[in-house]
Design a protein around this ligand. Structure first.
Ligand code: PEP
Ligand code: MG
Length: 324
């Protein structure tokens, strides 16, 4: 399928209205990195570090992790990579950690909650990332941040690691970008200080959607019941777009919806300028973006909602069929 889009691989994701988007890919293993080249992605917008922990039978050592991250950085050929710290718990249980019996693991002790309560693992991982960067660029993002105070606490762990590395005489990463994933509605309503303090925000649409609609992302019966292109969800996202713009904070979207062409153009029409998706989606998403005028898409969406439609899906796909 990637061959179909090979002709636009090195072309920008530039719309008919002259808006340029940044298309990135999601990854989790060193073996994913060659797709950067093939897909034409500008970098890795989400590197899910937990995959490395999940495929082992024992907790990886810091030196092993550091060597691995250095290889991932090298394989990217200078393209940026956003390393997400461990998102374990929920559906991702480490074989060598005591399973905790929780009735609602998705809303339980997971991701940064584990990282802040048991900072040993988080610090070890951050140190491995800092050492792998070896004085070069590093982008770190913390998963499942729900409050400003959690972001500050996570950032403080990173600052402790940096201070220690400095004392040891190891080079500090530069530039260093630190951000948060927005995966709970709560974070959208955080104080202005949150939007000002982070270097960037990445919307984890998979989790955000399940918590926004109170619909389990693993439950087939309710999963598809609520649409991404529903007025409520996109109105919320537009608020996030505006708050990031007001604070001058870089924003991207890295859930599965970013890789669906129809959803991607609607996200773009709501103001998103950076999307991260599975590598095979970069071509199809770029292909459609290059053919549309986002102002027209926006007008179709507003029109559909003004008529009371819950989702803009039918209207936008009808528009695309008639127009393209
Ligand atoms: C998300 O929640 O949208 C996300 C990108 O993270 P994950 O799918 O790994 O939970
Ligand atoms: Mg998530």
């Amino acid at each position: 399928a990637q061959e179909r889009y090979a002709s636009i691989r090195d072309e920008p994701a530039l719309t008919q209205c002259g808006t340029k988007l940044g298309l990135y890919m999601n990854a989790g293993l060193l073996a994913d990195l060659p797709s950067l080249e093939g897909s034409g992605a500008l970098g890795v917008g989400l590197f899910r570090t937990e995959l490395q922990f999940l495929i082992r039978s024992h907790m990886p050592k810091r030196s092993e992790l550091s060597a691995l991250y250095a290889r991932v950085m090298k394989a990217s050929g200078g393209k940026p990579i956003a390393f997400r710290t461990l998102d374990i718990g929920s559906d991702k249980v480490l074989p060598y950690m005591k399973p905790n019996d929780e009735p609602n693991p998705a809303m339980g002790w997971r991701a940064i909650r584990v990282g802040l309560d048991k900072p040993g693992i988080l610090r070890m991982q951050l140190q491995a990332l800092v050492r792998a960067a070896n004085g070069g660029p590093l982008t770190v993002m913390f998963p499942f941040i729900t409050l400003l105070s959690e972001y500050r606490a996570a950032r403080a762990e990173l600052d402790k690691v940096l201070a220690r590395e400095k004392i040891l005489g190891n080079p500090l990463p530069a530039p260093l970008n630190v951000g948060a994933m927005l995966e709970t509605p709560s974070l959208g309503f955080a104080p202005d200080a949150f939007f000002q303090e982070v270097d960037f925000i990445s919307v984890g649409g998979n989790d955000l959607k399940q918590f926004f609609y109170a619909a389990d992302r693993e439950n087939e019966r309710v999963r598809r019941r609520y649409d991404t292109l529903n007025h409520s969800f996109l109105t919320f996202l537009q608020m996030v777009v505006k708050r990031c713009a007001d604070a001058g904070t870089h924003l991207s979207f890295c859930g599965e919806d970013a890789g669906r062409p129809l959803e991607a153009i609607c996200l773009a029409a709501c103001g998103f300028r950076s999307l991260s998706m599975r590598p095979a989606s970069v071509g199809p998403v770029k292909h459609l973006l290059r053919r549309v005028d986002l102002n027209e898409v926006r007008a179709v969406m507003d029109d559909a909602w003004a008529k009371g439609d819950l989702s803009a899906r039918d209207a936008v796909s009808g528009y695309l069929k008639s127009r393209l």
